[in-house]
Ligand binder design. Structure first.
Ligand code: OSB
Ligand code: MG
Length: 369
């Protein structure tokens, strides 16, 4: 693949409503948008899901910028690849920094698919023409507000509801949602807010027929989750703990989870996401695509990866309009009856709109070979 230039844009987009998890509240989404141009004028797009602060994982917008500028972009220029599948290996001697790697790798995948004249889903070997999605609801000011939101999104057709939990906002809240919505597919995400000392408390969640409990224990743990899983009937889903296929294999072999949330950025890109999904399919472990409050480019990548056969559970890829007054792509991602129609146009299949992108751009830099 002949590269002409790589442009990074530091972006800031205001969320329609603040998003609260056990680790904090986001009002504005800060992220890096990547555009890789080839010598024939095509552009591949990627989005880093690292946040402004290192509170979900260790990466930030600033560390990603540094990693891309000083290490990853030079590697791409010095080692031309024939296929985006080779980018993961090219970056592998650089430790972690998976979200930085993934943003560049994703842009290479989009560019490759456009060069081949096929959709990103097709380039990845995806099969589905539509994908089922759910929605993730942050911690609210009151249970009534949460119940109202759940009702709204259930009536819009979302296929499962995820609620965020933390100590003090857990059993009673899940109980209230379940009582009001006895038949919905419901799950809870703790973002590592508990320890094994909370085992007896977490076991109380078993009575609410949750599809899964996501990442109850430490962000870097796969041992204690195994101990908790042996006490819980509800499947544990790992999010923060899984950074690679190797992590997934170890967690599955230890019995630490029954389900895995795949976030493209967290595992270092589409190639590794695809491998984890392959492995989980063989092991009978359902996977779904997690969300990081993405803007349109990242959202489009999530749509594409979800078309692979292992993604058997509805993910967090909600409609653009759930997050943004105006997304950076056209058309925006829309959800009808809990389904997203997978675009068939080349690459990500949604067009990034430069005029809108410019409105949200804080600063930019272009790198040439
Ligand atoms: O744990 O899945 C998570 C958002 C930011 C960081 C971590 C998580 C989330 C979400 C939101 O749950 C998912 C989304 O709607 O994009
Ligand atoms: Mg999560």
């Amino acid at each position: 693949m002949q590269l002409h230039s790589i442009t990074l844009r530091a972006m800031q987009m205001r969320l329609k409503a603040p998003f609260t998890t056990s680790f904090g509240t986001e009002w504005d989404r800060h992220f890096i948008l990547v555009e890789i141009r080839d010598t024939e004028g095509r552009s591949g797009w990627g989005e880093s899901v690292a946040m402004k602060e290192p509170i979900y994982n260790e990466e930030t917008v600033a560390t990603n910028w540094h990693m891309m500028q000083d290490f990853l972009i030079p590697l791409l220029y010095q080692n031309p690849v024939q296929h985006p599948e080779n980018v993961y290996k090219l970056f592998s001697h650089i430790r972690r920094n998976n979200m930085a790697k993934s943003a560049l790798e994703g842009a290479m995948w989009d560019l490759y698919a456009k060069q081949q004249g096929i959709s990103l889903s097709q380039a990845l070997g995806g099969q589905r023409t539509e994908i089922e999605v759910g929605i993730s609801l942050g911690i609210q000011d009151s249970v009534d507000t949460l119940l109202e939101l759940v009702g709204q999104y259930v009536s819009e057709g979302y296929r499962r509801i995820k609620i965020k939990i933390k100590p003090g906002w857990d059993v009673a809240v899940v109980e209230a949602v379940r009582r009001n919505f006895p038949d919905i597919q419901l799950m809870a995400d703790a973002n590592s807010a508990y320890t094994l000392a909370d085992c007896d408390h977490l076991v109380r969640l078993d009575q609410f027929k949750l599809m899964m409990i996501e990442q109850p224990l430490a962000h870097d743990d796969i041992i204690d989750h195994g101990a908790l899983q042996r006490r819980l009937q509800t499947p544990i889903c790992l999010d923060e703990s899984i950074h690679s296929l190797e992590d997934a294999r170890k967690a599955v072999e230890l019995g630490s989870c029954g389900i895995i949330n795949i976030k493209i950025g967290r595992v270092g890109g589409l190639t590794e996401s695809k491998r984890i999904q392959d492995y989980c399919l063989r092991q009978g472990i359902p996977v779904w695509c997690g969300g990081m409050l993405e803007a349109g480019v990242g959202r489009a990548h999530n749509v594409a990866i979800t078309t692979l056969p292992g993604f058997t559970l509805p993910g967090d890829t909600a409609a653009s309009s759930r997050y943004w007054e105006q997304d950076i792509i056209e058309p925006e991602v829309t959800v009808q009856q809990g389904l997203i129609q997978v675009p068939t146009a080349p690459g990500i299949g949604y067009q990034p709109v430069r005029k809108i992108i410019d409105e949200y751009t804080l600063h930019t830099a272009t790198f040439r070979p």
